[in-house]
Design a protein around this ligand. Structure first.
Ligand SMILES: [Fe+2]
Length: 320
């Protein structure tokens, strides 16, 4: 098996630009995942976010998680748990409107650092969208324009998670297998406690922890827009028996009113003839469907949206 793709973004500025763009292309087409180093986010900012996230978990969330585990009897399960994940999570919204000032129990400095962190990630996501445009032969700004929808903003948020040590990782997953619904996912993950795996050629492959890197993966919307040239890939988190894993995943997604459909220049004649064209839909309708089917395969979601496209009066039923 080839090595997990690691991309040094600084190399885009030098004579290795072409080779670096090739690696990004290969990662998008064959992995759905890659890891970025020298991505432009300051190391000090990453260190502060990590320290404050871990401190906040210890002070505010750890006991709550232990109480939940005790109340559900999860310490002593003896068969596979299929309707829960072994994770402690909270969400921050950034765009179109920030909710950081309203999220309870956060120190002011933590709010400030997370705002700064999100701004830098937003910029990085938009940089990546343009690199994808270049690799796909789309005009610069095409993907960003699709994501901005008619209201001029993507949806951008962060899921802050911790995966505490688990006595039975074979019976309860840290996070069950799924593909991500949206656009680009930017993950700042623990550099010591591993656990994230992606499915490649039928085998689970570890996403290696690497200090100060940002892991990127592609969501279902990029698969639709590229008509399957890029793929969203199944992934999961295996809880560890030792150590708490920090995982800060930021989701750069289309605006809720954005209309998503394959870029016409990426739909080959052959795909058209074989009826292998991905559907056209409003992103919010996809998300309503996804909310109920996150842990199911993505293909039936695409099929459901095709049915809606052919018969718009079914929208309310498909996404109810
Ligand atoms: Fe995910």
């Amino acid at each position: 098996m080839e090595n997990f793709p690691v991309i040094n973004l600084e190399k885009l500025n030098g004579e290795e630009r072409k080779a670096t763009m090739e690696t990004i292309k290969d990662a998008c087409e064959n992995w759905g995942f890659f890891e970025l180093v020298n991505h432009g986010l300051p190391i000090e900012l990453l260190d502060t976010v990590e320290k404050m996230t871990k401190g906040h978990y210890k002070n505010c969330l750890e006991q709550r998680f232990k109480d939940l585990v005790a109340s559900k009897g999860l310490e002593a399960v003896n068969s596979e748990v299929k309707d829960m994940d072994w994770e402690s999570t909270f969400y921050l919204k950034h765009l179109p409107h920030s909710n950081i000032s309203e999220v309870p129990d956060l120190e002011d400095l933590y709010r400030k650092e997370m705002k700064e962190f999100a701004l830098k990630l937003e910029k990085l996501a938009e940089e990546l969208l343009d690199l994808f445009c270049e690799n796909l032969g789309l005009e610069k700004g095409y993907l960003k324009k699709v994501f901005y929808g008619s209201q001029g903003s993507p949806t951008f948020g962060t899921k802050v998670s911790n995966y505490p040590p688990c006595p039975t990782p074979d019976l309860i997953k840290g996070l069950r297998s799924h593909t991500d619904a949206g656009g680009i996912i930017l993950l700042f993950q623990d550099d010591k406690v591993s656990g994230l795996q992606l499915l490649k050629d039928g085998k689970w492959v570890d996403v290696p922890p690497m200090r100060h890197s940002i892991v990127i993966n592609l969501g279902d919307q990029l698969e639709v827009i590229t008509n399957g040239k890029y793929k969203s890939v199944e992934h999961r988190v295996i809880a560890q028996t030792d150590g708490t894993r920090m995982s800060i995943a930021s989701f750069y997604n289309p605006g809720s009113d954005a209309v998503i459909y394959p870029a016409p220049s990426l739909v080959e004649k052959e795909a058209e003839e074989k009826n292998q064209v991905y559907p056209k839909f409003v992103f919010d309708d996809y998300m309503k469907l996804y909310a109920a089917l996150k842990f199911e395969a993505k293909e039936p979601r695409f099929e459901a949206m095709k049915t809606v496209e052919a018969n718009p009066s079914l929208a309310a039923i498909a996404t109810a």
